[in-house]
Ligand binder design. Structure first.
Ligand code: KG4
Ligand code: ZN
Length: 338
């Protein structure tokens, strides 16, 4: 068992309480409790999120160890999300991880959530799996972040472009909210879009360099909906699929413009996507279509796209190999940049 590293990993940065158990780069268990409580509020309520994490954390850890068939005494290290994220949420997972590690006198690995989204590509889940080759570009698109990351090595990454305001997932969720859809609306927009045609055009804000801005699109979309509703009160019901296809297309176009620009600027054709929005079927298809242009595209399995502890485990594993441990007094970092 000499070269085997068993890690227990905890993710609690937003509204998913997740625990994974890994052996080297393979995942033995990945258990996630989703917090349904936020749906009726139209967004994540931080105080409710941290309380729900407190309720879920123990059962989730128990279940992960059970599914993995691993006794807690066999674990070699504990990894946890140090940030970025909601402070109250991070504190629950962080405190649990620190107590667990200290009680068993195990080394502790503090993981950056955004780096972990990128490293989800290195979770070994099948024998003939293709993994990105360094250096590659990763478009990380989630509810809180939109970044283009230049990945030079497992733990060497540089953000070369990011959103100046809303994240891509937020743009999906806010558009969905205007259409009366529950939170998080991204998956629903995706679902309705697949039945519609992108027949409405929206002005796409232009930002310098490789950065993004989605707030102008959000305002333009709201104005468009309000204007249409004045003329036709049942506009949303009648046109829902086409509206969803149109806003989805606008978001994808904005993402692809900057990603294409980055591939040219850095002369890299290894392209990965990560984060919750990478579950979007339209975005996946658009990326796959780019393989004809010579791109090598890497898309993680769905369960590793949205927030999960498996990605924290794999990030922890590579930090373990480089002996990047922290003390039991490590603090949560809501604005943890890298
Ligand atoms: O990475 P993630 O699970 O959590 C954050 O770190 O934010 O991403 C959640 C975001 C939400 O905004 C959600 O609406 C969006 O990912 N999302 C999608 C889809 N699935 C999840 N957006 C568009 N299409 C989807 N299929
Ligand atoms: Zn995330």
């Amino acid at each position: 068992m000499k070269n085997e590293v068993l890690i227990l990993a905890i993710e609690s940065s937003c509204d998913e309480t997740s625990c994974a158990v890994s052996i080297n780069d393979k995942i033995l268990a990945n258990v996630t409790a989703t917090q349904a409580i936020h749906a009726s509020y139209g967004g994540v309520v931080p105080e409710l999120a941290s309380r729900a994490h407190q309720i879920h954390i123990l059962p989730v850890v128990h279940e992960a160890l059970k599914q993995a068939g691993i006794n807690k005494n066999a674990i070699h290290a504990v990894a946890f999300t140090q940030g970025p994220g909601l402070l109250g949420s991070l504190l629950v997972g962080g405190s649990f991880a620190k107590s667990f590690a200290q009680a068993l006198q195990l080394p502790l690995l503090a993981v950056n959530h955004m780096q972990a989204h990128v490293l989800a590509h290195f979770i070994r889940h099948s024998n003939n799996q293709q993994m990105p080759q360094f250096p590659f570009l990763c478009l990380t698109v989630s509810g809180g972040h939109t970044q283009i990351v230049l990945v030079k090595d497992y733990l060497q990454m540089e953000v070369i472009g990011q959103t100046l305001d809303d994240a891509a997932g937020e743009a999906f969720d806010k558009a969905a909210k205007f259409l009366g859809l529950p939170y998080p609306g991204g998956p629903l927009v995706d679902k309705y879009a697949s039945e519609g045609i992108a027949k409405y055009n929206f002005a796409l804000p232009q930002v310098a360099d490789l950065n993004f801005s989605f707030s102008g699109l959000k305002t333009g979309f709201l104005n468009f909906i309000n204007k249409k509703l004045q003329a036709q009160p049942d506009f949303i019901e009648l046109e829902r699929n086409h509206i969803c296809a149109s806003i989805q297309q606008a978001i994808i176009t904005m993402l692809m413009q900057k990603l294409s620009q980055a591939t040219l600027q850095y002369n890299i054709n290894q392209i990965a996507i990560a984060g919750g929005v990478s579950a979007n079927k339209g975005l996946r298809k658009t990326l796959q279509d780019h393989t004809q242009k010579g791109w090598h595209v890497y898309i993680p399995p769905f369960e590793y796209c949205t927030d999960n502890a498996a990605m924290i485990a794999i990030a922890g594993y590579y930090q373990y190999l480089q002996h990047k441990f922290v003390g039991y007094d490590a603090v949560s970092m809501p604005r943890f940049a890298f």
